[in-house]
Design a protein around this ligand. Sequence first.
Ligand SMILES: Cc1cc2nc3c(=O)[nH]c(=O)nc-3n(C[C@H](O)[C@H](O)[C@H](O)COP(=O)(O)OP(=O)(O)OC[C@H]3O[C@@H](n4cnc5c(N)ncnc54)[C@H](O)[C@@H]3O)c2cc1C
Length: 600
Amino acid sequence: MANYTNMELLRFLLFEVHPVQSLFKYERYSHLDAEQAWMIVESAKLLADQEMFPYLKEMDESPAQYDGKGAVLTHPQIKRIIQLAAEQSWIGGAAKFEHGGMQLPEMIFNAGQHIFQAANNSVQGYLGLSTGSADLITSFGSPEQIATYVPKIYQGEWQGTMALTEPQAGSSLSDILTSAKPVNNDYYLVKGQKIFISGGQHEGADNFVHLTLARIEGAPAGVKGISLFIVPKFRPEPDGTLVYNDVYCAGDFQKMGQKGYATTHLSFGDNDDCRGYLVGEPHQGLKYMFQMMNGARISVGQCAASVAMAAYQASLQYCKERPQGRVPSEKDPLKTPTLIIHHADVQRMLLTQKAITEGSLSLAMECNRLYDLVHATQGDEKATALLLLEILTPIVKTYASEQGSRSAALAIQTLGGYGFTTDFPVQQLYRDLKIMSLYEGTTGIQSLDLLGRKVTIQNGKALSLLLIQIQETITLSNQYEDLKLYGIKLNKDIQTFEKVLNHLLGYLQKSDPDRFLSDATVFMEMAGLIVIGWQWLKMALKAKELLQSVNPNKMTQDFYAGKIHTMEFYFKYELPHIDACANTLMNEKTLTNLKELDFF
Ligand SMILES: Cc1cc2nc3c(=O)[nH]c(=O)nc-3n(C[C@H](O)[C@H](O)[C@H](O)COP(=O)(O)OP(=O)(O)OC[C@H]3O[C@@H](n4cnc5c(N)ncnc54)[C@H](O)[C@@H]3O)c2cc1C
C-alpha cells in the first residue's frame, strides 16, 4: 500500500516535540500511559489502511449525489465505515467517561484523525462534524438534550452537522435570517434556508442533528440576536418514536474536491412543522457556536496539513522510482538516466513540501496540546492555554490551508505530466485540499480575526504569551552552536514583525480601521511564517538533543538529521519571505482600499 502519512513523524511529534505523556499527570488523563496511547494511534492506522484509503479514489470518481427526492446518495461504504469508526471510539473518544467517551487527550484523538484525514479526507469529514456537534451539545445543552442526542451521535447512528451559512450570509453571520418562533416555552418553530451544509441529510446515517443558528422573533439585529438550536431531521417523541421534523434536503452541491463528502442545501419549516430546541440561553448562539468553530478551524488546518502530507508522500515515492535525465555534472549520454530524486530542483520541491506539511502538523499538535491543557488545568495555566489557542487558531487554519495548497501543487509538479493525470492521487488531493482555505471562515476572515481581534485581545496578552513561548525555544537553541544562528534569525524576524505591527496599529490610533485591516492577509502570511519557523526550531532542537543523548541506529539518525536539514531549508527558502511581507506592510501607498473601482 502507498504511504499517505509517516508514523515515525507522528510518534516524534507526539512523544518528543509536544510530549503527550506530560498530560498523563492530570486527573483527566491519568488512566493512560504512553504505550496505550500509541496503541490507540496505531489502531487508527489499521482502520484507515483497511477501510478508508482503499476508497479514496472511488469516492472521487463516484461523488455523493442528490437523489432528487430529499436525500444525498453516498458511497455504499460510508455508513459501514462510520459505524466501524464509531465502534472504535473515533467519534466520541475525546469525550469524558460520563458522556460515553474514552477521555482521550485531543492530541491522541487527533493523531488518529490526522491518519484518517490523510487516508480519506471525505470520510473523516463525517466523523469530525459529529464529534464537534456532540461536544457543543455536551458543553451548552441541557441534561435531557445530552441524553437524547449525544449517545446516538457517538454511536455513529445519527450525524451531527453545523448549519450556519445562508445564501446571503456566508462570511457575515450577522446577516442570518432563519427565524425561530417560540411555542409554549417548549420548542421553537424554525423557518429558513441553509446552504453548503456538510454532512447534511445523506444515506450514511439514520437521523441528523443540525446545530442551527437562527434568530428568535424580536431578537436584536446583528450577532447579538443569534441563538443556537438543535434541529433534528426526525424529532424524538417522548414515547421513543421518531417523527419527521420538516427539514428537507432540497439539493446538493457538486464540487471540485471532497466529492465523497455530501454538501447540502437544507430547507427548514416548509410545512411550518420544523421544531428547534434552544441550546443554552437565547441570543448566545454565536458565542456557543464559536466553541465548535474554533475546534473545527484547528481541525481544518490539521486536515489541510494531512492532505498535503498524503500528496507529499505520493510524490516522494514517485521520485524514488522515476528515472529521467542526468545531473548537470554527468556528461556521458550513454549513462543510464538517474532517478529524479537526484535532481536539485526536485529535492527543492520535496523539501518545500516536507517543510510545509510537517511544520503545519507540528503546529496542529501544539494546538491540540493547548486544548488538552484547557481541559485539564485551572486558573492561570488554563487562562494562558486559552489565550495561546485564541491567537494560534486563525494561524494554523490559514498557514496550513494556503501553504498546503501550494505544497500539493508542488506534489503535482514533482511528478511532471503524470501528476496531472488521474493515474496518480496528487491531483485529487490538490482538489480536495482547496476547500480548507474557504470553509470555517475564509483566509480573508481569519486574517481580519488575527489582526483585528486576536493580537489586541487583553492589551496584546495573547501575542506576548506567544512571543514568550517562541523566545523560550530560541533560548534553548542557544546551547547548540549550529542551532544558535537560527535562533538569532528568528529573533530578528520577530523584531521585524513587532515593528510592522506597531506601524499598523498607528492607523488604528489615527481612527482608520479600514487602512489598519486592508493588508491583514499579508500580516497573516508573516505571522504564519514566524510560527512555523518556531515549530521547525523546536523540532530541530529535539532532534539535536536526541541525536546526542540516545545513540540512535542509522535509520533514526537519518530521521533526526532530516529534521535539522529541513529546518535549515525552511530558514533559507521560506523565512526570508517575511522581509517581503514587511516591505509591503510598511509601504504607505494605498493600492487596495479603493473607493473608485472603474479600472477593474
Ligand atoms: C464544500 C463546502 C462545505 C461547507 N460546509 C459548511 C457547513 O457544514 N456549515 C456551514 O454553515 N457552512 C458551510 N460552508 C460555508 C462556508 O463556511 C462559506 O462558504 C464561507 O464561510 C464563505 O462564505 P461565502 O461562500 O458566502 O463567501 P463570501 O462570504 O461571499 O466571501 C466571498 C469572498 O469575499 C471575502 N470577504 C467576505 N467578507 C469579507 C470581509 N468582511 N472582509 C474581507 N473580505 C471579505 C471572502 O474572504 C471571500 O474571498 C461550506 C462551504 C463549502 C463550499
